[in-house]
Design a protein around this ligand. Structure first.
Ligand SMILES: [Zn+2]
Ligand SMILES: [Zn+2]
Length: 204
């Protein structure tokens, strides 16, 4: 004897059933968010997730979307391309829910500082030009993991690197064991805070 789905009237000889309902009509208890909103920087592509600006967003977005879903499912996947979550229920059936991603285009604070010409530190490399150039490349690749390089300048007396964050420079110099001549200059105030620019002169 075939079953008849009380919701849509399909019969169990035509479609799969779970208990008294067809697979499609089986009442599932899943709660999903209406949408997932996040900000993305149009310059660097990083996204603001849980208050932090980060790269490699796909995995994190998937995790965050799924962390906001509740219900009697065993496991869940979220597909960014189709913006669909697929839940595998205890009885093995799969249930899909559309959770649209809403991306707000913006400029992250770091990129807005770069475009504003902001920097906190100047590294002045002095000495042999070939050594300075090699050294500058090494410094830039290390510093770019922590902050940004606003610009680099070639001068008659050497190379200058303009760096977003001076703490990052102090930390790197310490790690490399570099002796630098440090001078600090007050350059202004922002919301009552003194703004300093630090110059690190390094002889190579
Ligand atoms: Zn049905
Ligand atoms: Zn950015």
């Amino acid at each position: 004897m075939s079953l008849i789905c009380p919701k849509c009237g399909k019969t169990s000889d035509k479609v799969a059933f779970i208990e008294a309902f067809c697979l499609e009509c089986y009442p599932v208890n899943i709660k999903v968010p209406d949408k997932f909103e996040f900000e993305q920087c149009t310059r660097c592509g990083r996204a603001r997730l849980k208050g932090e600006w980060t790269g490699h967003n796909e995995r994190k977005i998937k995790e965050l979307v799924l962390s906001r879903c509740r219900g009697d499912f065993e496991s869940a996947e979220y597909d960014m391309a189709t913006q669909t979550a697929v839940f595998t229920m205890k009885h093995g059936a799969k249930v899909e829910r559309f959770i649209p991603l809403e991306m707000k285009k913006t400029i992250c604070p770091q990129c807005s500082r770069i475009s504003g010409g902001y920097y906190e530190a100047i590294i002045q490399l002095r000495g042999n030009r070939a050594r300075m150039e090699r050294y500058a490349l090494m410094l830039i690749s290390s510093l770019e993991k922590k902050t940004f390089i606003a610009k680099t300048e070639e001068k008659d007396e050497g190379l200058n690197l303009y760096v977003g964050n001076s703490k990052a420079v102090v930390a790197l110099m310490g790690k490399l064991g570099v002796r630098a001549l440090i001078t600090k200059k007050l350059v202004g105030r922002e919301q009552g805070k003194r703004l300093y620019r630090t110059t690190f002169m390094v002889r190579l």
